[in-house]
Ligand binder design. Structure first.
Ligand code: ATP
Ligand code: MG
Length: 419
């Protein structure tokens, strides 16, 4: 068994290493009832690749939550997210530590949440997604630094290969397909052929996975620098299609996602929504059950398509542009701007986003009251009219606005009476 203690000394940042030593110390206390402690997950993978990562995943043979409480106390952190699966998270000022009780997971049906039984590290590693994520480093004081690699993770790291541990892996948990493309594109690896076969055979089983779990893994993809490549690969392998037939991303949207690496996730969601039909957007929204801002971002595209051709007209006044665009989320319009060809539509979008939407009347509601307008809905209607006039530049000064109010007020009052 190789020992990577030296590698840890060299590659792990000092504060993280100190935390791992503290974790090992706490595990040795009789009171916490820990038989063994291991570092697992992404940090082991990244360490063996010669990179450092900051999220610490620990696996405990023994009482995981009890150990998490003791370690958190020692680190001056807080325990969050204790789950019925024997997991807990510790948050310190600088680090997040996930503590899990080593366990075997069985699935009652594909995609279901697992049934969990405590186990040793071998069984715990056997339930993991890919060989490169199924290694552990022993942190117990007498075996500090021993690498446990029962599934050939090290060799797959060298071969740059993403491989599941067994053929039914995606049937157990189809969300692993999203994880596979995420690691593949992040690390510049390749998913092994047989793993792709398994993925495509069991892809249809995504039906059994809850919206919340699909959404969580989709968010992780959007959080990656390689998000565009990961989405493209997920589409190519049929993963998006097996989540929902409505889940397609146009090549222009993909390119736009690639071109905007520093934009927020909601902007990228807006780009995906930008080219969906209404029924696709509705289907996808139902499948992902996302929060309101995502719904609006996904749904805005088809509504925008309905008015896009009107924006091409040459005789549009600014107030008409405002009327067409003011109901849309700003990010949805910024996404359309990113996609729009260099036509009038583009100019209209740009002028709304950059200038028109900020143009407000000089007079306020209070000014209107002072000018003798009766309190009530008329105030709002007059302000709208002033806003339109300002957009179209038919008023300039405050006096112009007052003149307009005095001209329009009697008409509006008499219209009101007729009704
Ligand atoms: P990242 O760098 O993205 O955090 P990670 O490998 O640490 O990568 P986590 O999501 O933090 O990923 O999960 C920690 C570990 O838990 C993984 O390395 C893997 O061993 C295991 N794991 C996570 N999700 C699954 C899953 N759906 N199926 C099986 N094992 C999983
Ligand atoms: Mg992690």
């Amino acid at each position: 068994m190789p020992n990577v203690a030296n590698l840890m000394e060299r590659s792990v940042p000092q504060p993280v290493l100190d935390t791992l030593r503290c974790a090992a110390l706490v595990a040795s206390w009789e009171t916490v009832k820990v038989q063994k402690l291991y570092l697992v997950g992404g940090m082991v993978r990244d360490l063996v690749r010669g990179e450092s990562s900051v999220d610490i995943d620990l696996s405990v043979v023994g009482n995981g939550p009890g150990y998490a409480a003791a370690l958190s106390n020692e680190l001056g952190g807080q325990v969050t997210k204790v789950s019925k699966f024997g997991t807990a998270a510790i948050e310190t000022d600088t680090l997040t530590i996930d503590v899990a009780t080593a366990r075997v997971e069985t699935y009652e049906h594909p995609g279901a949440l697992p049934n969990v039984t405590p186990s040793g590290i071998t069984e715990d590693l056997a339930r993991r997604d890919f060989t490169i994520n199924a290694m552990a480093i022993d942190l117990s004081s007498n075996c500090w630094g021993e690498l446990i690699d029962p599934h050939g993770g090290m060799s797959d790291l060298m071969m740059k290969r993403i491989k599941t541990l067994h053929a039914d892996s995606f049937a157990d948990d189809p969300t692993r397909a999203l994880r596979a493309v995420r690691y593949e594109t992040r690390l510049g690896f390749k998913i092994q052929g047989s793993t792709i076969d398994d993925m495509q055979r069991d892809g249809a089983r995504f039906d059994a996975v809850s919206p919340a779990r699909v959404l969580a893994d989709f968010r992780y993809i959007l959080g990656e620098a390689s998000r565009a490549e990961a989405l493209s690969r997920a589409e190519e392998l049929g993963v998006l299609g097996s989540i929902s037939p409505a889940f397609r991303i146009s090549s222009r949207s993909l390119q736009a996602i690639k071109d905007t690496p520093d934009h927020e996730p909601l902007f990228h969601v807006s780009l995906i929504g930008a080219r969906l039909t209404k029924s696709e957007a509705d289907t996808l929204i139902e499948r992902l059950d996302p929060p309101a801002d995502w719904r609006d971002a996904l749904g805005a595209g088809s509504t925008y398509q309905e008015i896009a051709s009107v924006l091409e007209r040459s005789d549009l006044r600014p107030s008409e542009i405002a009327e067409l665009l003011s109901g849309f989320p700003i990010l949805a319009l910024e996404a359309q701007l990113q996609l729009a060809p260099a036509t009038r539509q583009r100019a209209a979008l740009r002028s709304w986003l950059e200038e028109l939407r900020f143009r407000e009347p000089l007079l306020s509601g209070d000014d209107l009251l002072e000018a003798g307008v009766p309190r009530g809905p008329l105030i709002g209607r007059l302000l709208d009219e002033l806003r339109r006039a300002r957009l179209d530049r038919t008023v300039g000064t405050r006096d112009d606005e007052l003149t307009l109010v005095k001209r329009r007020l009697p008409v509006m009052l008499s219209n009101g009476k007729e009704r």
